[in-house]
Design a protein around this ligand. Sequence first.
Ligand code: ATP
Ligand code: MG
Length: 363
Amino acid sequence: MITPQSLRIAVIPGDGIGEEVMPLGLRCLKAAAAKFGLALELTEFEFASCDYYLKHGDMMPEDWHSTLSAYDAIYFGAVGMPDIVPDHVSLWGSLLKFRRDFDQYISLRPCRLLPGIPSPLSNPGDIDFWVVRENTEGEYSSIGGKIFEGTEREVVIQETVMTRIGVDRVLNYALNLARSRPKKHLTSATKSNGISITMPYWDERLKALSAERGYDDLKIDKFHIDIFTAWIVLNPSQFDVVVGSNLFGDILSDLGPACTGTIGVAPSGNINPEGKFPSLFEPVHGSAPDICGKGIANPVGMIWAGQMMLQHFGFKDAAGAMMRAIEDVLAEGASHIITPDMGGSTGTTESLGAAIERKILGG
Ligand code: ATP
Ligand code: MG
């Protein structure tokens, strides 16, 4: 992908704390853009939120696809008001539509232990790896059903579907990502000792692609998912880029960030690597109704998601400055600035976001 001169970003704050952390994410993005001379065009939309649903009876307008297709990326807060709108309506009517209709076939999550954030692991070491998850096929197909339903002979079947195109494109993305990193190490999740058709196919494609495409400079290995999850807990610093099918990637992309502390800091990308459609960047956390309105939501996940977005489009200096600003503020760990979920006393969404913004600007 060629680095564009400017970025057009559709901003969707969504619901709950999404609306509270988004303004800080935008301030930090604008600070980085001002400092490094990037042209960011930020356009805010109120759809893909439950408020919109309550007013219009749908999560999004009919022309959402053509409206958002005009943007390079979607910067997304969080969606969901589970007490008022069921999750299957809010989620299926927004985020999952983006993922499918914009062919965001890569789910990408960094797992990095930031300074000042305690890991739940007693011996975390230097955790710094990426999880690449296949986001469109695999185990999450709806092919299957029940036979002899309601009888003692009841049988329930759900098929895993892997296509060559689907498997190759996620493996290629992971191979390229590993190549771009100093350790050049890719670890693939498998279960070919138990799942005897699809998983050996996944392993074969990785072997074939790495040979065909000359990835001899990479260290490539694989683990069965059961021992893989154990190794992430026991020795996470050995990993660099990890790749998994839809199900295994799903497991790894919750386990990885869980080892790096609070849910409030982790970001996530749903990516269409070719840029044919917009990619979406969001914090991992949801709308968190329990803390909404208190002004204490941690804005780091939102800000880091913005950093990932700049990095994805090749704005390395601006992305680097944003990451350093996050790290510096967390390392200083001032209790009146850091939010309570990270052990702060009087810190708020505003105090923490503003401190990161100041650092980006050089203060
Ligand atoms: P989803 O909407 O993805 O299903 P969820 O409802 O399972 O998410 P969240 O909304 O992410 O979960 O909240 C889970 C817990 O983490 C809540 O107790 C919430 O208060 C806390 N939490 C989530 N995000 C943040 C944040 N940014 N800052 C502080 N605490 C947070
Ligand atoms: Mg929720």
